[in-house]
Design a protein around this ligand. Sequence first.
Ligand code: C2E
Ligand code: MN
Ligand code: MN
Length: 409
Amino acid sequence: MLTTLIYRSQIPLTHEINLSLLVEKANVNNMSHGVSGILLFKDNVILQVLEGDESILEQLFSKIKHDSRHFGVVELMRDYAPRRRFENVGMMYFDLDTLEADAVLKTVRQLSKLKSYLLTEERVYKFIHTFITQKRALPVSQYFQPEKWSVIPQRSPFHTPERSPVDTQCCQFAFQPIIEPPAGHITSLEALIRNKDGGSPASFFASIDHNKRYEIDLNSKSVAFALAKEIDIGDHKISINILPMSLVVVPDAVEFLLQEIKKYGLMPEQVIVEVTEDEMISGFSQFSSAIKKLRVSGMGLAIDDFGAGYAGLSLLTKIQPDKVKIDREIITNIHLSGPKQAVVRSIISCCHELEIAVVAEGIERIEEWCWLESAGIKRFQGFLFALPELNGVGEIRWPVNTADSLVQA
Ligand code: C2E
Ligand code: MN
Ligand code: MN
């Protein structure tokens, strides 16, 4: 299938690369594989449009991503089309540091057999146009330097309970910290429910009487609070997950939570209730009165898995929580994806404007953290930093700037 792929990358400032020669050499290969397109170069940033068969482009792009002569390769667009925009098989190269922007745009339009007014309506052309006409090409943030960081494990500052209270309880909890890396600060401990064998929330909820799930979900929170007391969380915060309907259906649910919070020596201000976007929307009118009670009680509210449901940003017109947790699916490989970056930037800017704290969850790679940190996110949760630990808090792996420590050594 005829595919168009656009990516952006950057050449290290220290490198002298003769791109024109490179493109000339690559063209021999491009011709034989039916790959066409254009390559633009400006302020050390590359924008390349590739057209060709899907699987051939896939292979070529994978090589491009691993080519050490450039870095920060971000895929901006992948689309399918009935015909090529740039008919001539082979790659055209334009160096915008030496050529006039208007002249390049004119040549680009002439290169295409598409009627000019049709071409200029296309996203492909708009990417090219923006790259050529904006004052500076968008470079990779100077703070995005994953190669300078590594994670170093540190023992958890919390107690390890003597024994699991599993015999007397319906369930157990695993704690996973949410952290602010440069500050070395633990924002909160998220309590994740486990069954008696340590199994997942899904297996726990599958094993119980479906009709009693709201009640059981709510009641289980006392096990989480008891564990918080046992590991001595001190002034730290604890985040609990609750089906919003548990707060609606179970009579005096908020009062129950308050009573249990007090029983285990915690304060309501230390507790954050996480609910997912989907659950919130489906029962919004009923849930909104529960939210009021929650707010009056002093507990915090977080929207979990933000961006995974169907409400997205419009949810923030209905309710402004204290915290938004961006879903793992958008976070995974964010450093490689232009669309993900655009979506996350808009979530960040929206939340900043509304003074809502943002957490990125599901961080597994140092590159993901670096990109998000350089985009302005401060709070993180994920296997890279800490795994959920049954009945306690495991070691936390803090990122350390190895480049800096080498200088200091
Ligand atoms: P969640 O609230 O979004 O919790 C985060 C989930 O992502 C946890 O899965 C955690 O283990 C996992 N996770 C954290 N970091 C990473 C990472 O870097 N990579 C990957 N692949 N996964 C990561 P878990 O414990 O299986 O929980 C799944 C979901 O079950 C939770 O998602 C939450 O929505 C729900 N849940 C957990 N505890 C409770 C509870 O007490 N009540 C209710 N109603 N739901 C709960
Ligand atoms: Mn959660
Ligand atoms: Mn989540």
